[in-house]
Design a binder for this molecule. Structure first.
Ligand code: ARG
Length: 562
């Protein structure tokens, strides 16, 4: 039942068509203060057409609105405030949640739709940076949220597995590398080699030339170069996959930049056919000056193709392979220009569907106010961070619940959940300070707080040992009403977080719901044997269902106990 719509319909009648219900619905507000009701309709906009003061209008229409679901409709200044019938409404909402279970909030659509999500996309032979974790987590959550919105979600890891850095790496490995060391600790060792290259090149500038020539050999399929490249890629991927496993993230494709090596000629031909390719300072580019953008570099003077060319090839390949309705690129804001250029070039090529592509940027993770970086050793290895989070979570749990069974598994859920939650609770574009200590707290806006709330619901339900909630009657106290209002908002949050590519909508939501629940818990004798017991337990069960589902959308698991 959509109470807002119901109220709009009644207002429409009361207003005798002065506004239609869609216009009315858009005006309805949800007051913050309980004494202003649950739904408020402002009459300002009507004043002109009805030639009456908003206060008069409110007074006239309030008495006309009656329905069993409205406990009271009253004029309050220029507003018509509606107080829902808490008992009936809560009974209905709880019933819906209990019936639908984890499907509560699902958005159904008649057509099958597909979204392609380009996310994570780390660079081979370099550690997974904090930027890549953001992309991974945001992308994964967007995937889950898209599915809940009725989409078929394809997650693509556009690995950075091609480019001049491989020339550098080959040179560094051939000069200073030790095979066994790399095997033992691939990313760390390759990173050391990469850093060493950058140090040595200061003293020995011709290294740069050597690296270029090795990359050229790689492009020309030189055997030695190719073997080394494959080996670096394989070892790196093994390590990345360990991180993905820890995080519980999977991908539908690992087709990275190298995958498009043989798909670039077609792009060049197409651009030529469409007369979009022009020469500029020895390179071939697509001119974008008419929209005041720098030209999009397609091919360098030595014939090497570029990052953008690969993304053009990838876009075409994805459209042809998945026939997507929407494509998002979860990539840091520093690549905004790149994506604008790519989308614009596709548009110039005549691909209407380029309008359905979107760059989804995000803010930085800071450490002591500064950007975390991987280039010069100022790195935080993601695996280390996750391990540390799990260790700390283990300590916290041991303090709180020393006898907990499968403590290691729970610590993993809590530690990993904490990292993911800290990442997703902020508006995507905001920078935030990385703090293991903060994110692992059991209070405040943290993953463990939400998980702990779920554990609390479980233990109440277990103690009560009731599994049949058929006879729930709804509730009407203020504390349960806060919960009900939150639960009712869930489907809308699911929709909004998808439309805005903003998992934080869900993360913040779980905090609100958990808080409402904990207030209720602190102020209510839930387990008292009276005629409302089943209704209270049904409410708790609904909270549990929605919180678990909310966390699932974010990519976080909920332990039964902790
Ligand atoms: N590997 C790139 C980086 O780390 C990100 C790739 C993003 N995806 C894309 N289709 N360009 O900067």
């Amino acid at each position: 039942m959509n109470y807002e719509l119901l109220y709009s319909e009644h207002l429409e009648k009361a207003l005798n068509g002065a506004l239609n219900k869609i216009e009315i619905n858009a005006l309805i507000e949800k007051p913050h203060y309980a004494d202003q009701g649950d739904l408020a309709f402002p009459c300002f906009q009507l004043a002109k057409s009805l030639r009456k003061s908003p206060v008069n209008i409110a007074q006239e229409i309030a008495p006309l609105i009656q329905h069993e679901l409205f406990a009271k409709v009253e004029a309050n200044g220029p507003y018509v405030n509606c107080f829902l019938n808490k008992k009936i409404v809560s009974k209905q909402i709880i019933e819906t949640v209990l019936n639908k279970g984890k499907d509560y909030g699902n958005q159904v659509s008649d057509e099958e739709k597909t979204i392609v999500i380009d996310c994570s996309s780390p660079n081979i032979a370099k550690p997974f940076s904090m930027g890549h974790i953001r992309s991974t987590m945001i992308g994964n959550a967007i995937g889950n949220i898209a599915q809940k919105n009725g989409y078929n979600a394809i997650k693509i890891n556009h690995l950075g597995d091609w480019g001049t850095q491989f020339g550098k790496l080959i040179v560094a490995y051939k000069r200073w590398g030790v095979e066994d060391k790399v095997k033992l600790n691939p990313i760390k060792e390759l990173l050391t080699l990469y850093i060493k290259f950058h140090e040595e090149v200061e003293k020995e500038p011709q290294l740069e030339e050597e690296a270029r020539s090795w990359f050229k050999k790689l492009e020309e399929k030189n055997e030695e170069a190719q073997e080394l490249w494959e080996w670096f890629r394989e070892e790196s991927l093994k390590e990345f996959k360990m991180v993905y496993d820890l995080l519980g993230v999977s991908f539908d494709s690992f087709n990275g930049e190298a995958f498009y090596n043989d798909k670039m000629d077609r792009i060049i031909t197409l651009l030529e056919e469409k007369k979009l390719l022009v020469e500029s300072e020895g390179a071939e580019v697509v001119d974008l000056s008419e929209i005041e953008l720098p030209p999009c570099l397609i091919r360098k003077s030595d014939g090497a193709t570029l990052y953008a060319t690969r993304d053009l090839a990838a876009a075409l390949y994805r459209k042809e392979t998945y026939d997507f309705d929407k494509a998002v690129y979860v990539v840091g804001g520093e690549q905004a220009l790149h994506f604008t250029q790519v989308f614009t070039v596709l548009n110039k090529m005549g691909y209407e569907w380029s309008k359905n592509m979107e760059h989804v940027p995000f803010g930085l993770i800071l450490q002591n106010g500064k950007k975390m970086s991987t280039r010069k050793g100022k790195i935080v290895l993601l695996e280390k961070v996750i391990e540390e989070a799990i260790t700390l979570a283990n300590q916290n749990i041991t303090d709180k619940n020393p006898n907990l069974k499968n403590k290691d598994e729970v610590a993993k859920m809590v530690g990993v959940g904490a990292i993911i939650f800290q990442d997703l609770k902020n508006d995507r574009m905001n920078n935030f300070e990385f703090s293991l200590e903060q994110m692992l707290k059991f209070e405040g806006e943290t993953g463990p707080y939400v998980q702990y709330s779920i554990v609390r619901t479980n233990s109440i339900l277990e103690k009560a040992n009731v599994t049949d909630f058929q006879n729930q009657e709804g509730l009407h106290d203020e504390y349960s009403w806060e919960i009900i209002k939150n639960i009712q908002a869930f489907p809308d949050k699911v929709k909004r977080s998808f439309e805005q590519n903003e998992p934080s909508v869900i993360a913040k939501y779980t905090i609100d719901l958990a808080q409402a629940f904990n207030k209720y818990y602190g102020n209510t004798h839930i387990l008292t044997e009276d005629d409302q017991l089943v209704s209270r337990l049904a409410l708790i069960k609904s909270v549990s269902i929605v919180l678990v589902e909310g966390l699932r959308l974010l990519g976080i698991r909920a332990p039964k106990e902790m």
